[in-house]
Structures are given as C-alpha cells and as structure tokens.
Design a protein around this ligand. Structure first.
Ligand code: GYE
Length: 337
C-alpha cells in the first residue's frame, strides 16, 4: 500500500486491519464482479493488479474479473452476467461516460450495489460511490505548467498537437477540456486533436500522420497517456524530429507510470502528469462501509503528482492553488507502479 495516497492513508490502514481479521471459509467470501476497461496501457495493467491484489481470496473475496477489451457492449454484458451470478458487489470502470442508466437500473433492481472506479459515469447516479481522479484538473495542470514553462524558456508561440485518449471516456473528456481551457485563455493554437485510443500503436499512427501534415509547424505534442507518448516518440524518431527538454518539441504526457517516468529521466518526455491507478484499497473501504451498514462518500479522489526534471520544475497555479513539479529520481521511479 503506497504511503503517498495521503487522503486515503487512514482508510488504507483500517482496511489492512480488516483483512487480517477475515476468515478463509468459502461461504464467507464476498463476491465481486469487476468489469475492467481492457488492457490498453501500463496504467490499466497497474489498475488490474491493484484490484486483483486487494480482492484476493486470501483477503476474503471471490473476484470475477472481466477484461472488456475496450468494447462498450461487452462491458454491459459483463455487468449483466454479474447480476445473473448474484454477486454481492459490482465494480465498473466505464469505458465511456454515457449510456449507463438502463444497466445500472437493472443492478439496482437486483439489489446489487455498484461502485464506479477510475472513469466516471456522467448520465446516471445509480451507483454507491466513485473512486478516481479529477481528469479536468490533470488537463488544467498540463496547460498551466506549459504556460509557466514557456515563459521561463522565452517561448512566445505555442502550436500544439494533441493525441487524445479513447473518445468519450471521461479521462479523455476531462484532459481535453482542461488543456483546451488554458489554450483558449492564452491564445495558443491547437493544430489538431486525434485519438490514439490510449495505446502505443494508436499514438504512433497518429503521430506519423501529424509528422507529415504539420512538418515544422508544431512545438508541443500532448499525449493523453504514456503509451501514446511511447508510440509518438517512435514516430518522431523516424521523422527526425527532436523532443524533450533539449529538443525542438515539448512532449507532455499523462499517467506517469514507471516507464513514463523513465522517459522523463531520459530527457524524452518533458513533463508527465500523474493519474494514480491504485484505487482498489479505497474501493475496499467503500465495501467495508457497506458491509457495516454505513454510508460511504459518493466521490473519493486519488492524490496525484506532476513530474519533470529540474529544467521543468517551474512553479505554477491551478485556480489560484500553488502547484509543484516533482523532480524525478531513481527512488521515485522505483516506488512507482
Ligand atoms: O490514463 C490510460 C488508460 O482511465 C485514467 O485509461 C484511465 C486511462 C489512463 O488506458 O492510460
């Protein structure tokens, strides 16, 4: 359990005590169905592992895990199969933010509490709790940081290319909105925004086409996750475009998983805006509260950090709140997911 989840520290420790007290008898296991988005990224792998570690048999759970492979219909089917199995709780990481009310009503009618993890559901409130990140804040952070960094470097014109995440996911919507808000305020040009579907292959494909269409016209590339950034770097390498703190292009990424932070350290990604995937301990706390007849919080936010090297460690603000860039070190990379 990571100590940096400051907001959840008490929760996490309490959860640890409960785990110890549980018995292993099969009948006592709490059954959980988890409809996961897919396996598109390092972030997703860390999220899946976090859930499988926390909701293990050893800890008193029987977890039905379904990898929905980014298929919205398959995800609804998975939820319906959990209803049929009469699981005790359903966890959903919604691939897209809308279209949920019918199936959530079915869960409600079956008396099965739903907990939403990571991405949000924007058109229904028929779930007990949501545990995840503020994606718009992440987008605002990237924008406000870029403004401060450009000022520090004497760059007075921003021409950005955005490789967005899976269209219609709340992670994509929030990051796009946040960054766009600052771009509009500062009068930056966003030359294009196309989806890389949060994958390395998608990031590479979009960047290959950008490199041809916008040759010599851009000085910022924003990738909405690390895996897209890995693909974009391959495409820029092939096109002979230099990037990172010493290159021609400022490369911004989100997630800050281990491999992303290694690329920050290697002076490839200029700044990486964290999205913390280790939400499962907080979901477990919600389940404990429900088991005890208590009413959990409707929203639980993960704590996140913004990363760069010394060169990128410029102070900035989001809505008047001072922000810091954490300088990446070996220890930080070691501790990351
Ligand atoms: O940023 C990306 C993943 O929903 C926050 O999904 C998550 C996003 C994450 O594929 O890497």
């Amino acid at each position: 359990m990571k100590m940096k989840l400051v907001a959840g520290l008490t929760i996490a420790m309490t959860a640890g005590l409960f785990v110890g007290a549980m018995t292993a008898s099969a009948d006592d296991l709490v059954s959980i169905g988890f409809a996961q988005v897919g396996h598109e990224s390092d972030w997703r792998t860390a999220s899946t592992k976090s859930c499988q570690d926390v909701f293990s048999e050893e800890n008193g759970y029987n977890l039905s895990f379904v990898d929905c492979d980014n298929d919205e219909a398959a995800q609804k089917e998975a939820v319906r199969s959990f209803i049929e199995q009469e699981v005790d709780y359903i966890i959903i990481d919604p691939i897209i933010a809308t279209g949920w009310d019918t199936v959530l009503t079915e869960c409600e009618d079956a008396g099965i509490p739903v907990i939403v993890i990571d991405r949000t559901i924007d058109d229904s409130d028929k779930y007990v709790s949501w545990v995840g990140s503020n994606f718009k804040t992440e987008g605002l952070a990237a924008g406000e940081w870029l403004k401060a960094y450009a000022e520090a470097k004497g760059i007075d014109e921003i021409n950005a290319l955005v490789i967005s995440g899976s269209t219609g996911s709340s992670a994509q919507i929030g990051r796009s909105e946040g960054f766009q808000e600052i771009a509009d305020r500062e009068g930056w040009t966003i030359l294009d925004e196309q989806t890389g579907d949060f994958t390395e292959a998608g990031g590479q494909e979009v960047m290959e086409s950008y490199a041809k269409s916008y040759e010599g016209k851009y000085n910022v590339v924003v990738c909405q996750n690390d895996n897209e950034a890995f693909g974009a770097m391959t495409a820029m390498d092939n096109a002979g475009v230099s990037y990172g703190p010493n290159g021609d292009v400022i490369l911004i990424s989100f997630d800050a998983c281990t491999a992303g932070l290694k690329d920050v350290q290697a002076e490839k990604i200029t700044a990486d805006f964290e999205c913390n995937p280790l939400a499962a301990p907080f979901v477990e706390e919600v389940i404990k509260q429900l088991q005890n007849g208590e009413e959990p919080e409707k929203e639980v936010f993960m704590v996140e950090h913004w990363y760069g090297l010394e060169d990128a460690a410029v102070p900035f603000e989001i809505d008047g709140e001072p922000q810091e860039v954490t300088v990446v070190t070996d220890e930080i990379i070691e501790a990351q997911y």
